[in-house]
Design a protein around this ligand. Structure first.
Ligand code: NAD
Length: 316
């Protein structure tokens, strides 16, 4: 393959640096519009993308020399991977680069939620010193369910071990190595519905997981629970979560991702935000962050290093 690589998005320079040292020519196409990308793409054997544009069939058909697509991140739903693979184009991602960041962020959100840290901080700033109203809840002895045990789910489990809680996992497509994850039990959703105090989502966005957390799903839980989502916004129906907060089926919510984020994750939907968003932000037991769970100083560099190593291992 030729050694011409097109950067559609900007990433940490460690990627350019390592590739250029190995004879690659890295072209900056971060300000190219879709038409320019379509007209120039045939010259490149690889592209680097975060989420700026969708890599659909039209783009892939123009990439007549393309051998690989490198996604600087974990999720691949913006790439038509099935079509790419049918054309022999390898799809690479870098979940090893941001899984620790996501796991730490989920832990931080959970502790902030259980200890009312966000609301208490605001009260103190406003001159209110409310101790009893902000009495916290401990993680020790609680049952934490992790849905999806890949890169981020398994790393979250590692962070939880020191809290002496019960860690349950549901993942129909991966087997938990219980020799390594000694404190983790792989169970059915029925067990989770019966016993979870906290449920954290770590699944890819697929036809199966799209809007998975709906009213009928939430109603299967026997206890009111805390919900954390650092995966993809569309996995959770905001509308149904708001109803569950209203009828107290859900005790608290931490969301790093929202189902009405733009495709690039760079902003909330440009159309008018739905009424469910205004309702969601009216609850003091809801914590939100702007899709930054995997977005740390360290993950920025690690993602580039992981991709560089995967690209350099591709057969020439
Ligand atoms: P991964 O592919 O390593 O793991 C996903 C796991 O989910 C797999 O083990 C898979 O078997 C399992 N799974 C698939 N369908 C399932 C289902 N229906 N029920 C239960 N388990 C199911 O992915 P990852 O790197 O852990 O990322 C997980 C999610 O987090 C992805 O959606 C990714 O895009 C997102 N993510 C978000 C951020 C952020 O900044 N918020 C950062 C990294 C990853």
């Amino acid at each position: 393959m030729n050694k011409q690589l097109l950067f559609i998005d900007s990433v940490h320079p460690a990627l350019n640096f390592q590739l250029e040292q190995n004879g690659w020519e890295c072209i900056d196409g971060t300000d190219w519009d879709r038409n320019k990308i379509l007209s120039e793409l045939s010259a490149f054997s690889g592209i680097v993308i975060r989420s700026r544009i969708k890599i659909d069939q039209e783009i892939l058909k123009h990439g007549t020399s393309l051998k690989f697509i490198a996604r600087a991140g974990a999720g691949m739903e913006n790439i038509d991977t099935a079509f790419a693979q049918s054309k022999g184009i390898v799809c690479l991602n870098a979940p090893e680069g941001n899984r620790n960041a996501v796991a730490e962020h989920a832990t931080g959100m959970l502790l902030a939620l259980l200890n009312n840290l966000v609301v208490a901080d605001k009260q103190v700033r406003d001159g209110h010193w409310l101790r009893e109203a902000n009495r916290g809840i401990e993680l020790e002895g609680k049952t934490i369910a992790i849905i999806g045990f890949g890169n981020t789910g398994s790393t979250f489990a590692k962070k939880l071990v020191g809290f002496d809680c019960n860690i349950l996992v549901y993942d129909p497509y991966a087997e938990v190595d219980t020799n390594f994850y000694k404190n983790v039990k792989q169970v059915t959703m029925e067990t989770i519905f019966a016993s979870a105090d906290v449920v954290s989502f770590h699944v890819p966005l697929t036809a199966e997981t799209d809007q998975m957390v709906s009213t009928s799903y939430i109603n299967k839980f026997q206890k009111s629970f805390y919900l954390i989502n650092t995966s993809r916004g569309k996995v959770v129906s905001t509308n149904d979560v708001v109803s569950a907060l209203e009828n107290k089926k859900i005790t608290g919510v931490a969301l790093d991702v929202l189902d009405f984020e733009s495709l690039s994750f760079e902003q909330l939907s440009q159309d008018q935000l739905p009424a469910s968003f205004s309702k969601l932000i009216s609850f003091s037991n809801v914590i939100l962050s702007p899709h930054i769970a995997g977005w740390t100083i360290e993950s920025h560099r690690k993602i580039s290093e992981v991709l560089a190593s995967k690209i350099l291992q591709l057969p020439g």
